[in-house]
Design a binder for this molecule. Structure first.
Ligand code: HEM
Length: 179
């Protein structure tokens, strides 16, 4: 998002129209901020912190789309791969929050949303997904309400992650401009 200041401006104008420049953000404001919500989903799609899911195991012989998987197989689902390569994500390398909204710019797009699965899916999906989603929403809104974030002044922006079990951002000395 840092690489797209105009997109930040669009989110900020949505924030200001709902809670103003100095208002306090509440979770009950989220339904009125469809663009900010879509931008967070897009952020998690393109910059997912978990490159691979955790390992699962089949407890019975299983078949997925005609592919037989015997009992006791270890399964490592590639969440990031799905979010990059699913056919519902048109021009998937581009950062476009609009892909999670219908043409009216407000209604959530169920087709794309159901393929954005940073928290995995079904019974073992992230146990604190709702808490993480709250933290992401409140944190992002509180920052963008007050600041325009720009890339470092004297160095190139490096958005490539430190690779590991989870992806960690590299240090970048950002500019935070009060708006
Ligand atoms: C952006 C933040 C987060 C992401 C992307 C994320 C993602 C995930 C993923 C992909 C799994 C594995 C699901 C599976 O086995 O298929 C998981 C499991 C889990 N997560 Fe998160 N998580 C996040 C934040 C959190 C937070 C803040 C907490 C706790 C405060 C948490 C608690 C857990 C727990 C307890 C499990 C294990 C669930 C189980 O095996 O039944 N997560 N998470």
């Amino acid at each position: 998002m840092l690489a797209y200041p105009s997109l930040q401006d669009r989110i900020r104008s949505e924030i200001h129209s709902v809670i103003g420049r100095d208002g306090e953000i509440l979770m009950s404001d989220r339904p009125n901020m469809p663009y900010a919500s879509a931008a967070i989903t897009e952020l998690q799609r393109v910059a997912n912190i978990l490159p691979l899911n955790v390992v699962h195991r089949t407890t019975v012989d299983t078949e997925v789309h005609g592919q037989f998987i015997p009992e006791n197989s270890h399964i490592l689902a590639q969440i990031s791969n799905m979010m990059k390569n699913s056919s519902v994500f048109d021009r998937s390398e581009e950062f476009r929050p609009e892909r999670f909204l219908m043409a009216d710019g407000k209604t959530p797009n169920k087709t794309t949303l159901e393929q954005a699965v940073p928290f995995s899916m079904d019974k073992r999906q992230c146990a604190r997904e709702s808490l993480a989603r709250m933290e992401l929403f409140l944190g992002l809104v509180m920052i963008l309400q007050k600041y325009r974030i720009l890339p470092p002044k004297d160095a190139p922006l490096d958005l490539s992650p430190i690779e590991g079990i989870i992806h960690i951002p590299k240090t970048n000395y950002l500019q935070m401009i009060l708006v």
